[in-house]
Write a protein that binds this ligand. Structure first.
Ligand SMILES: *[C@@H]1O[C@H](CO)[C@@H](O)[C@H](O)[C@H]1NC(C)=O
Ligand SMILES: *[C@@H]1O[C@H](CO)[C@@H](O)[C@H](O)[C@H]1NC(C)=O
Ligand SMILES: *[C@@H]1O[C@H](CO)[C@@H](O)[C@H](O)[C@H]1NC(C)=O
Ligand SMILES: *[C@@H]1O[C@H](CO)[C@@H](O)[C@H](O)[C@H]1NC(C)=O
Length: 275
């Protein structure tokens, strides 16, 4: 009896203590979940607003529709199981405007080509079109069972074949190459051993889709630098000519990077006179 009288308030105190602890832990879990949820939401929101802001710089597109079609490709999916075809609705929602004789392809010359196309309104790369511009330089993916867009923890380019980002660029490059018409240009890198590399997007996807009924010629601009190791006689460029569909004319010109930069900065030089 004495023991019971002594033990009861002690037990009660302990029980109260346990309840307080459990409630505190539960509260903490809820707070962490909310903060995490908000962070993820913010992640999605930042990505969405970058996408939308870039989209709105292009006239004549319904950016809400374009975003919806884009998101549909990967949201809620395993980021390694997004095939290029998943972006078909996006391609349909962001159709290319015709740009015959102005289309510029590139491989391993990203900086010099974009510096040039931004400064001078002569050529258009896929990154200058709405479909390439909205996510240029970005990483994104979804996750099974989630409606979020993640910008970290996504698989890299070579981690799996059908990853969100790689499939996107494959699909968009296909669309851009399918639209190629007239005289087409390609800026390739003369400072690497194989300027026309079979694994590149240009060699494996884009060039294969040039069709003689629409493409008149392919004009390679081989960018040379001090560190240049190759020239237009390189065997990989011979392969290019062999692979090019019959009926499409081919030319190759070695052009110094400095010349491209100077021409880009000089508004008095006509497009056709840069090289
Ligand atoms: C990637 O997707 C394509 C098209 O759906 C499919 O044919 C191919 O098997 C996929 N590759 C892998 C490694 O799952
Ligand atoms: C060519 O590739 C090399 C090696 O990746 C790079 O350092 C160089 O800047 C590239 N040249 C051009 C013109 O982009
Ligand atoms: C091109 O490069 C090859 C070897 O890489 C060299 O033998 C040849 O003289 C070069 N041609 C020109 C026109 O510079
Ligand atoms: C030229 O092309 C061939 C075949 O694609 C390659 O193996 C070779 O090393 C290239 N470069 C030079 C500098 O010869």
């Amino acid at each position: 009896m004495e023991r019971g009288e002594y033990g009861t308030p002690e037990k009660r105190r302990r029980r109260r203590c346990l309840i307080v602890t459990v409630v505190a832990v539960l509260l903490l879990i809820v707070i962490i979940a909310i903060v995490l949820g908000l962070t993820l939401r913010k992640n999605t929101d930042t990505f969405t607003s970058t996408f939308t802001a870039r989209c709105e710089k292009f006239e004549g597109y319904d950016c809400e529709k374009v975003w919806g079609a884009f998101e549909e490709a990967y949201v809620g999916r395993d980021p390694c199981k997004v095939p290029p075809g998943a972006y078909d609705p996006f391609i349909a929602a962001a159709p290319l405007k015709p740009a015959c004789n102005r289309m510029m392809f590139w491989s391993k010359t990203k900086d010099v080509v974009h510096d040039f196309t931004e400064k001078k309104d002569c050529f258009i790369t896929v990154e200058d079109t709405l479909m390439g511009n909205v996510v240029d330089g970005l990483t994104w993916c979804g996750k099974e069972g989630s409606t979020e867009t993640f910008t970290t923890g996504c698989p890299g380019w070579t981690d799996c074949e059908n990853n969100t980002v790689r499939s996107f660029w494959n699909r968009v490059s296909t669309a851009f190459a399918d639209a190629a018409c007239g005289d087409v240009s390609a800026m390739l890198n003369g400072s690497i051993d194989t300027p026309f590399h079979p694994k590149s997007i240009f060699a494996s996807i884009e060039m294969k889709r040039f069709h003689p009924s629409t493409v008149k010629s392919l004009n390679v601009v081989l960018v040379t630098q001090k560190s240049t190791v190759t020239n237009c006689t390189n065997a990989s460029l011979k392969d290019l000519q062999k692979e090019l569909a019959e009926g499409i004319k081919y030319s190759c010109k070695e052009v110094a990077e400095t010349q491209i930069q100077e021409c880009g900065s000089n508004p008095d030089i006509a497009c056709g006179a840069c090289w």
